[in-house]
Ligand binder design. Structure first.
Ligand SMILES: *[C@@H]1O[C@H](CO)[C@@H](O)[C@H](O)[C@H]1NC(C)=O
Ligand SMILES: *[C@@H]1O[C@H](CO)[C@@H](O)[C@H](O)[C@H]1NC(C)=O
Ligand SMILES: *[C@@H]1O[C@H](CO)[C@@H](O)[C@H](O)[C@H]1NC(C)=O
Ligand SMILES: *[C@@H]1O[C@H](CO)[C@@H](O)[C@H](O)[C@H]1NC(C)=O
Length: 489
């Protein structure tokens, strides 16, 4: 899940300005029978068992153990939901919900504990094999993320995402996973939310590995990540696709940015915001290279700042060819929408920043709630990336209370789903994945932030799961495929 600090502000806003969106009517068309409803989690956030059965140390183990103050409640994922020991219990929850698919991630450190020597850990492989079998036995389709932020610390010590070798390490790890699990997996994700990995891990330094290098670090990190994604994609393409017929992509995180007014300046600014957020990743994996506006603006500002070369690295022609067409479906995490407007060119100051490279003002004013741009986002993607198959791989609501009566979560999820349903005759949306099936370790917010449709009692050694109102609601939705009391086909 993308840690959006601003989310709370929007949500408060959503209550106070609700009337502004009251004229929005929930879509009453039924979702198609083959529409995939699912739920998502990630390894570090739920598994626990951080050093069991040969698992290596990840950057999140290291980050939380080195200085607990980096986490709001000084907690960590050592035990978390203890899902490592609860395969049967967790799959029973999924079965009870009636989901079509379950999106989870594989911990690199369970598969190759030190990251790259090829000493594969059989116990790690067994764990995921057991999980996948249990899912398949219950007719639940696994949607598998290879990297959800938990790099082996061993590789971090060699530079992590700053290293040119990342693509070699990642392709090797991906090959082990494709080989071990490929037969049962239709949908693969290489990296979850590259922007979160790189902005927070290597730019502002707020998340593991905690490197502060704004305006430079993010760009190098994404550059290496795209090459690693492409390398893994080609491993699948060459060695596994004919056998397993799966699909591979990476997961984008994006909030739709709508122009605040109809002035050409605001329209251009909003477009630039989306290109700096989504185009940064999606353009290279579809077209080979970064959006022109990013290349031009970062080069222009880098020069003014005294850099000899642009802070945005360049792909060689060969790399562009490798990047191009490495997305078999378009995977989107989205929790929000906002308004964008033109601002004056920010003065040249050091350190540089991606915000000032983007140079777009954003506001939540007039937003009834964060769902308003969800349909427009899908239309934007359709137009730019040639009408791809799409899956919403995350959407949901963060709250900070323990309550089981989470009407606010139901309301937000219903609004988002309705906005998606609004455009489904125009785009190829195959499925929706709610984040998350249960409350879990929410990165730097620890256990203070809740996203689950099941409550988890973190004071109980059994980590007992209890269905929330939203869980019952989602179960009913999956049955009826209808967001309103009555639906038309
Ligand atoms: C630990 O993290 C906190 C919060 O980021 C920071 O203020 C503090 O300086 C860190 N302590 C050490 C020893 O690095
Ligand atoms: C922009 O123009 C469209 C179409 O003319 C109109 O529906 C919309 O309300 C306008 N938006 C703003 C913010 O003025
Ligand atoms: C952008 O530049 C302004 C100067 O206009 C500076 O005050 C601000 O800190 C910079 N923003 C970021 C995110 O670094
Ligand atoms: C935890 O689980 C054990 C074994 O199933 C059970 O005996 C015990 O009562 C549970 N404890 C709590 C607090 O639910």
């Amino acid at each position: 899940m993308y840690l959006l600090l601003l989310f709370k502000i929007i949500f408060v806003n959503a209550i106070t300005v609700k009337s502004m969106s009251d004229d929005y009517v929930i879509n009453n068309k039924r979702f198609p029978v083959d529409f995939m409803f699912g739920v998502a989690t990630s390894a570090y956030q739920i598994e626990g068992a951080w050093d069991e059965d040969g698992k290596g140390v990840s950057i999140w183990d290291h980050f939380t153990h080195t200085n607990s103050s980096v986490i709001k409640d000084k907690s960590n994922g050592d035990i978390s939901c203890d899902s490592y020991h609860k395969i049967k219990d967790d799959v029973a929850l999924l079965k009870n919900l009636g989901v079509n698919h379950y999106r989870f991630s594989i911990a690199w450190t369970r598969i190759i504990p030190n990251g790259f020597r090829g000493d594969v850990n059989q116990k790690g492989i067994e764990y995921y094999k057991t999980l996948i079998k249990e899912l398949k036995d219950n007719n639940i389709e696994p949607l598998v993320t290879l990297y959800h932020w938990d790099l082996p610390q061993f590789l971090q010590d060699l530079g992590g995402f700053f290293s040119d070798s990342l693509s070699v390490w990642f392709a090797e790890y991906a090959r082990v996973c494709f080989e071990a699990f490929g037969e049962d997996i239709k949908y693969w994700v290489t990296f979850n939310e590259p922007k979160s990995i790189c902005n927070n891990g290597y730019g502002n330094g707020r998340s593991a590995p905690g490197i502060y290098n704004p305006g430079i670090g993010e760009y190098i990190c994404i550059h290496n990540l795209i090459k690693a994604h492409a390398a893994a994609y080609h491993v699948y393409d060459k060695e596994f696709r004919d056998k397993y017929h799966g699909k591979v992509t990476l997961v984008h995180s994006v909030s739709y940015c709508q122009a605040k007014t109809n002035s050409s300046e605001d329209i251009e600014a909003a477009e630039r915001n989306i290109l700096f957020n989504l185009g940064w990743l999606a353009d290279p994996i579809h077209f080979g290279d970064y959006p022109e506006v990013m290349k031009n603006r970062i080069a222009m500002r880098s020069k003014a700042e005294g850099f000899i070369k642009s802070r945005l690295p360049e792909f060689t022609e060969e790399e562009k060819a490798l990047n191009r067409h490495t997305s078999d479906y378009f995977a989107i995490n989205s929790y929000n929408s906002y308004f964008g407007y033109a601002i004056d060119e920010p003065p040249i100051v050091l350190p540089p920043s991606i915000d000032n490279d983007t140079a777009v003002g954003v506001t939540f004013e007039k937003a009834g709630d964060g769902s308003f741009g969800m349909g427009k986002l899908l239309l934007w993607i359709k137009d730019r990336y040639d009408n791809p198959d799409m899956i919403i791989t995350e959407n949901g609501l963060m709250t900070e209370t323990e309550t089981l009566e989470d009407d606010d979560r139901i309301s937000v999820v219903r609004n988002c789903l309705s906005r998606f349903r609004d455009v489904m005759d125009e785009v190829k949306l195959l499925g929706y994945t709610l984040w998350s099936v249960m409350d879990n370790f929410e990165w730097t917010r620890g256990y203070t932030a809740k996203y689950g449709i099941y409550h988890v009692d973190f004071n109980d050694p059994n980590r007992t799961r209890t269905e929330k109102k939203s869980g019952a609601w989602y179960k009913e939705l999956i049955k009826t495929r209808c967001l309103t009391d009555e639906c038309v086909e």
